[in-house]
Ligand binder design. Structure first.
Ligand code: ATP
Ligand code: MG
Length: 291
């Protein structure tokens, strides 16, 4: 495929690049479902979207979207494939950088490898304006690495107590060990808004009391079996059953997230993500998972 630069908007400026890491404390809470569906919503709102699949789990982004990839981050790093060869096109023009054990290698590159990779990835700044990273769950070093490099961190939480406790534990590590202070909390598999807000408040209270940070409520996605049914057919639910209750909630979340990011930069200047990931923080805390 050929990577074409993004079109300037009506004011002659390109949309600012936004990089969202979608993460969770507990596994199976719906990250990949949310990433794939949010990506399609963003694309429909006119954004040029790249998904980076940074999770080594089983239900990968490419599988969920029915894509066949030639290469992955591992073959990109080994020089077997170029970036153009590795990226795969999904629904609505969403591009996907597929996962592999190469995700682990990204956190352990030599300076030469970082520079070689950067020169390839630099071209992406002109091509995409929205990057969504499916980080995988927990506090392993590769999860932390992508969260700390992204501008916005979306923590997916379900109402069950383990998910709430694990989300708090993840936020605690990112705050105390990586200096992160801004988190969007997205409630998934809730019955209604009341349950979403109640769950959000539990985490919010703990974060305010023990970590001295305030959290952003990013909305909710209702429990809806249309998500699983669409995934079984390897289609994004917002395309397959756009009138489904969960599709409506995800569209609303997508619009709110873009509006929130337009109002403020949650994490300083919109410095290009890859440089952050590969150059600025190459020395220290990314390489060890905090205890
Ligand atoms: N809102 C929802 N309502 C009903 N089912 C959902 C919802 N969101 C996700 N699911 C289902 O929950 C299961 C787990 O979802 P998914 O694979 O997206 O989670 P994950 O957080 O990416 O998991 P992992 O940590 O293993 O990567 C899937 O079967 C998916 O279809
Ligand atoms: Mg997943």
């Amino acid at each position: 495929m050929t990577l074409n630069p993004t079109e300037p908007n009506a004011t002659g400026a390109r949309s600012r690049l936004r990089v969202f890491a979608v993460t969770s404390g507990k596994g199976g809470v719906g990250k990949t479902s949310i990433v794939t569906n949010l990506a399609v919503c963003f694309a429909k709102l006119g954004r040029k979207v790249l998904i980076i699949d940074a999770d080594l789990g089983l239900a990968n982004v490419d599988i969920m979207l029915g894509l066949t990839s030639r290469g992955n981050i591992h073959t990109l790093l080994s020089g077997e494939h170029t970036l153009d060869e590795v990226l795969v096109e999904g629904p609505c023009g969403v591009m996907v950088l597929p996962a592999s054990s190469g995700i682990y290698e990204v956190t352990h590159l030599s300076s030469e490898q970082r520079i070689a990779l950067l020169s390839q990835l630099d071209t992406l700044e002109d091509v995409f304006d929205t990057v969504l990273i499916d980080t995988g769950a927990g506090i392993a070093s590769n999860v932390m690495y992508f969260n700390a490099a992204a501008q916005e961190i979306i923590v997916v939480v379900t109402p069950d107590n383990t998910s709430v406790a694990d989300a708090y534990a993840l936020i605690k590590v990112l705050t105390q060990n990586f200096g992160e202070k801004y988190f969007h909390i997205l409630l998934n598999m809730v019955q209604n808004e009341f349950e979403a807000i109640n769950t959000f408040k539990k985490i919010e209270r703990a974060a305010a009391k023990f970590l001295n940070i305030s959290l952003d409520y990013a909305g909710f996605v209702v429990r809806d079996d249309h998500i699983r049914k669409a995934a079984n057919l390897q289609k994004p639910m917002v395309e397959h059953t756009p009138a489904a209750p969960a599709a409506r909630s995800i569209r609303y979340v997508a619009e709110s997230l873009l509006a929130a990011c337009g109002r403020s930069s949650m994490k300083g200047t919109p410095q290009f993500f890859w440089k952050r990931l590969l150059v600025e923080e190459q020395t220290n805390s990314f390489h060890e998972a905090p205890g």
